[in-house]
Design a protein around this ligand. Sequence first.
Ligand code: HEM
Length: 199
Amino acid sequence: MATSSTKYTKTAIILHWLIGFGIIFMFLLGWYMCDLPKEAPKSMSFDLFDLGIYTWQLSEETSPRSFYFNLHKSVGITLLGLIAFRIFWRLTHPAPALLKTMKAWEKKLANATHHALYLIMVLLPASGVAMALYSKYGIKWFGIPLAEGLGDEAMRDIFKNAHGIIGIILLTLLVLHILAVLKHTFVNKDGTLKRMMFK
Ligand code: HEM
């Protein structure tokens, strides 16, 4: 469903950029943490990504791998909540109609990509939650225990593979989405990007 307005609501715009950058951060964090050594000295403070910008203090000693895995789970669950709210918002606040200058195939491709993005944005963190639940570690949200791990290796591996494959699908859709925005901005010069900006 679409309205006659030419812009998204302020809430939709905030959610779009918060979740978009959140997802990019999660990819970088996911790749970073998986490369960390399994054996490393424990610590109670972590200089985030060794950038010298922010040092995170903990109440107990933990290994770097465990610290970053917990951060990934905590931010991922937060994003899942924001994504659920975004879907609710999208269903209750219809998007503005696509530009009249777009060809029929462009509209179909844009709609299909947007729907697929919503689906995959849910499936990626959901598969992460399932993986973490079946692991022996369980889930904490910024230190607050949410669920004990079930310790089922076989199921954990299934969801780990799913998380990896869904991640590649999301990356592909994101690239397609960004390429489309670049084409509209620099080739068609039709102001599509402004629909998702405050001014
Ligand atoms: C927007 C959400 C998310 C994104 C973009 C994301 C992305 C990633 C990426 C890129 C990796 C590295 C995969 C690899 O190179 O093998 C990863 C690993 C992982 N993710 Fe996520 N993730 C998300 C949400 C979650 C959530 C919500 C959880 C759990 C609550 C989670 C748990 C994990 C775990 C445990 C691993 C490590 C797998 C392993 O090697 O043991 N992820 N994620």
